[in-house]
Design a protein around this ligand. Structure first.
Ligand SMILES: *Cc1c(COP(=O)(O)O)cnc(C)c1O
Length: 424
């Protein structure tokens, strides 16, 4: 038995499924988790001393790679002054100002501890602001695990093949309407069928939890128009795309302005952080200013803020890093597609910026149903091959490849070489 296998046996005795988040289980590819000891740049080392090129980057946060010196130093400095005070600190003000500077649609922002919390809170604010109860989400989009959003959610729920979750009362999802991604007519019909009742439309502006599915031309501007026309708020869940596609995320990339935005992952640089923000008149409804209650003992934690602030301020200071990362990623994903074509495989690489995904299907993927035509058994074989050759991918078809600024040409060439070897 390897050390990872030993640890997994032990873990299963005390932790459900041996993991603290289902997406870390390797069951869907018929394998067991590798226990990670350390990471550096674009690499991770497991408890058996095996080294991997890491294409998950903690599911997004590690935009600058593992153990980035500036981030580490700022965290150590914060730690030396105390872990948490449950009181206001200067770093929270700097963080909030930085987010407002980088993302023009955000005039006020509230920090929380996870993406789940950010989305749950943003929806509460949207309901408070509009005085309406219903929300529209898209099939295959994942917005965290709060009750009302575990409806045809992507990511781990999709891999598990479940429509939702046990333990969610029907009443909690009664106000959640679902629409097909990239289908404006579907959204318009929901507005028409529920006049004056829809508080918000929430969308991943690039869907990255059913593989990577790009918004078609006109989809995001169309949502903006529909929300404005029907008096609903448009919420961009930028937990993955925020500070990844560029300093102002997907909203900057596509030039569409949401009313509220949620963040997570990159904003904490590996620490547990989320945030939601938007127009001042909306955010002024949040307690203690307004009547929408939302709180958090550890929200704005100084150590977490130090990590996130350092990563984001580096990206603000060196915007060319985004151009370099996106250009590198574009070459990488294009090469993947060329290899598939050369090997006569009908599979497709869907990508934007440093996000991408290899769909094991010949169908054009534009929504949840077409994503589900993927051959997950073929994905599992490929994923195991990669893992056994030192390439760490998300162990499920419906997840993204996350590139970081720390990946070297050598790392990418290694992956491409293995892909060609495997596809032949
Ligand atoms: C990961 C994710 C979330 C949930 O964030 P957690 O920090 O895991 O709670 C919400 N929305 C999107 C788009 C995500 O990718």
């Amino acid at each position: 038995m390897t050390r990872s296998e030993e640890l997994f046996e032990e873990a299963k005795k005390y932790i459900p499924g041996g993991v603290n988040s289902p997406v870390r289980a390797f069951g869907s590819i018929g394998s067991t988790p590798r226990f990670i000891r350390s990471g550096s740049g674009g690499h991770m080392t497991d408890e058996d001393g095996l080294e991997y090129v890491d294409f998950i980057g903690s599911w997004g946060p590690m935009l600058l790679g593992h153990d980035r010196e500036e981030v580490r130093e700022s965290v150590l400095d914060a730690v030396s002054r105390g872990l948490s005070f449950g009181a206001a600190t200067e770093i929270e003000v700097r963080m909030a100002r930085l987010i407002c500077e980088m993302v023009p649609s955000i005039e006020m922002v509230r920090m929380v501890n996870s993406g789940t919390e950010a989305v749950m809170s943003a929806i509460r604010v949207a309901r408070g602001f509009t005085g309406r109860d219903k929300i529209v989400k898209f099939d295959g989009c994942y917005h965290g695990h709060s009750d009302g959003l575990l409806v045809r959610a992507g990511s781990g729920v999709m891999t598990a093949g479940a429509p939702g979750s046990l333990g969610v009362p029907a009443g909690c999802t009664a106000d959640t309407l679902t629409a097909r991604y990239n289908d404006l007519a579907n959204v318009e019909a929901l507005f028409a069928e529920n006049p004056g009742q829809i508080a918000a439309v929430i969308v991943e502006p690039v869907a990255a939890n059913m593989g990577v599915v790009l918004p078609e031309e006109g989809f995001l501007p169309g949502l903006r128009e529909l929300c404005t026309e029907y008096g609903a708020l448009l919420i961009f869940d930028e937990v993955i795309t925020g500070f990844r596609l560029g300093p102002d995320g997907a909203q900057g990339w596509f030039g569409v302005t949401p009313d509220l935005t949620t963040f997570g992952k990159i904003i904490g640089a590996g620490m547990p952080v989320g945030a939601y923000g938007g127009r001042r008149e909306i955010m002024e409804l949040v307690a203690p200013l307004g009547g929408v209650y939302q709180a958090g003992t550890l929200s704005g934690n100084p150590v977490a803020m130090a990590a996130g602030y350092t990563q984001l301020s580096l990206m603000q200071k060196y915007p060319e890093w985004y151009e370099e990362l996106n250009a590198k990623a574009d070459r990488f994903f294009t090469s993947m597609q060329e290899i598939l074509t050369r090997c006569g495989k009908p599979y497709q690489v869907s990508h934007l910026g440093s996000l991408g995904c290899l769909f094991f299907t010949a169908e054009t993927v534009r929504d949840y149903d077409s994503a589900k035509t993927s051959d997950t058994a073929a994905f599992a074989r490929y994923c195991n091959f990669m893992l056994n050759h030192g390439v760490y991918l998300a162990p499920a078809q419906f997840e993204a490849i996350f590139l970081s600024a720390a990946h070297t040409e050598e790392d990418l060439t290694k992956f491409l070489g293995l892909l060609e070897e495997y596809m032949k």
